[in-house]
Design a protein around this ligand. Structure first.
Ligand code: SDX
Length: 432
């Protein structure tokens, strides 16, 4: 909870004063505690979209939108992306500190040994159409984990919470890769214990039984970095979905499935797929002005995908790292003059020079460049959001563990500003 030294905010309603406690966090804005407001003053606060509402206190991730800073347990994302790797970041998010060498080795061994799925689950994939979107498969299969791993669904048992956490982090790449293979009509490729997390995922996605598959270290490093850049991000829509679902005591597998469903939307995690499709639709640099004009046109629902953010009013630091990585990966892969990357860079430049975007503080976000790397790695756009979901699983789980461990946990139950009909009697058909 916020520190004990509270200030107070004075609220006056109908001539009556109410003193509301104000808490000062370790970083970010003060918060006004309104938990007793309705009981004391008989009023609700009103904040659709939660633009000014802190839904919880947390110690996991902090974003300074003005500076374009993202910290995981205090460590900046650019340093983690450069010096750490995904499973170490998972450990940091889950347990709060960077691991010792022994702790990291133990954690990586535990994750590695949970990567296989119950064999019966393979039949679940086969119930989908082959042209199903991999996100539709992930939502279903992740929710079904609670039917197969019932021994880690009792959230009151810390040991079961720990096992469920490891199982989800370990099995998400296998589920995502199986969803991909199924839509390709290719056989599932099983995980291997002698490969690191990112290499295992690439092999499960791209290996075929007909030949050996050698993981390209450039691709596995880029893949691991993409996982790290998407790991957690405060109380975003999908994390808030997981927290709200978990507040009822639902099992963690079902709650993460709800998070995956929320992430799928194009305003959220689905933006990486929508952004690449937008860049491909623009096609050439000379068509950029037409799309900039459409994005500015109030009467046109078109928005620049991969641009803008609720919190960042400066560069999304993940987009900066992703842009550097896109240049590196395409260069190392010998992909020169990638037209999509060219359009992305020119579009970013044109938008940032345009007063509309500058005035509204709209900058590229994490989704603007990620698709270019993923496409260069051989993934279809339909796999972009599943990769985001795979990466974000540790964030959802870390936030879930933090919430479930809070002795003050209450079920989330917002109120409303009701603008519908007041009490009226039923009207029989003959009198309508
Ligand atoms: C993610 O929350 C997170 O942390 C999410 C995320 C994470 O890691 O979990 O960072 C991942 O979801 C990144 C965002 C991916 N979505 C997109 O790229 C889709 C395109 N962007 C937008 O739809 C929008 O910017 C949002 C949804 C990201 C943020 O929307 P907000 O904060 O609700 O802002 P808004 O819609 O009220 O927009 C403010 C103004 C509006 O104009 P006015 O009504 O004030 O005149 O800016 C305009 C908007 O029309 N605007 C855009 C725009 N984004 C906002 N105009 C054109 N193109 C855009 N992309």
């Amino acid at each position: 909870m916020a520190d004990g030294t509270t200030k107070t905010a004075k609220l006056t309603i109908d001539g009556k004063d109410y003193d509301l406690p104000v808490y000062s966090p370790t970083a970010g804005p003060d918060v006004i505690d309104i938990r007793k407001l309705y009981a004391q003053a008989g009023v609700f606060t009103y904040d659709p979209g939660f633009t000014s509402t802190a839904s919880c206190d947390s110690t996991i991730t902090y974003i300074d939108g003005g500076k374009g800073e993202l910290l995981h347990r205090g460590y900046p994302i650019d340093q983690l992306a450069e010096k750490s790797h995904y499973l170490e970041v998972c450990y940091l998010l889950l347990y709060g500190e960077l691991p010792s060498a022994a702790q990291l080795e133990d954690f990586e061994n535990r994750v590695t040994r949970h990567t296989m799925l119950h064999e019966q689950m393979m039949y679940l994939f086969r119930g989908y159409r082959r042209d199903a979107h991999p996100m539709a498969i992930m939502v279903g299969v992740v929710g079904a984990l609670s039917a197969f791993y019932h021994d880690s669904t009792d959230i009151s048992d810390p040991w079961q919470r720990e096992v469920a956490s490891i199982r989800m982090i370990a099995k998400m790449p296998t589920i995502a890769a199986n969803a991909f293979k199924y839509t390709l009509g290719q056989p599932f490729v099983y995980p291997r214990n002698d490969l690191d997390y990112a290499s295992n995922f690439l092999r499960m996605c791209f290996a075929v039984p007909a030949e050996d598959y050698e993981v390209n270290p450039i691709l596995s490093r880029a893949m691991d970095r993409i996982f790290t850049l998407h790991a957690d991000h405060e109380q975003n829509a999908s994390t808030s979905t997981v927290r709200l679902a978990s507040s009822s005591g639902a099992n963690p597998f079902a709650c993460v499935a709800a998070g995956i469903a929320c992430l799928w939307g194009p305003a959220h995690g689905g933006a990486n797929q929508a952004c690449l499709e937008m860049l491909q639709e623009i096609g050439t640099v000379d068509r950029i002005p037409e799309y900039i004009a459409r994005a500015k046109d109030k009467d046109d629902p078109f928005r620049l995908m991969g641009f803008g953010h609720r919190v960042y009013k400066n560069f999304d630091p993940r987009a900066k790292v992703m842009k550097q990585s896109a240049d590196e990966v395409l260069d190392l892969l010998g992909i020169e003059d990638n037209p999509t990357l060219q359009v992305a860079k020119e579009l970013e430049k044109a938008a940032l020079e345009d007063p509309y975007f500058a005035d509204k503080k709209l900058f590229p976000n994490v989704d603007f460049y990620s698709g270019i790397i993923l496409e260069a790695m051989g993934f279809p756009t339909s796999m972009f959001t599943p990769i985001f979901a795979l990466s974000r699983t540790v964030g959802w789980i870390s936030q879930w563990k933090e919430m479930i461990g809070d002795p003050q946990l209450k079920i989330g139950r917002p109120r409303q500003l009701y603008m519908g009909s007041t009490l009226r009697d039923y009207v029989d058909m003959e009198n309508r």
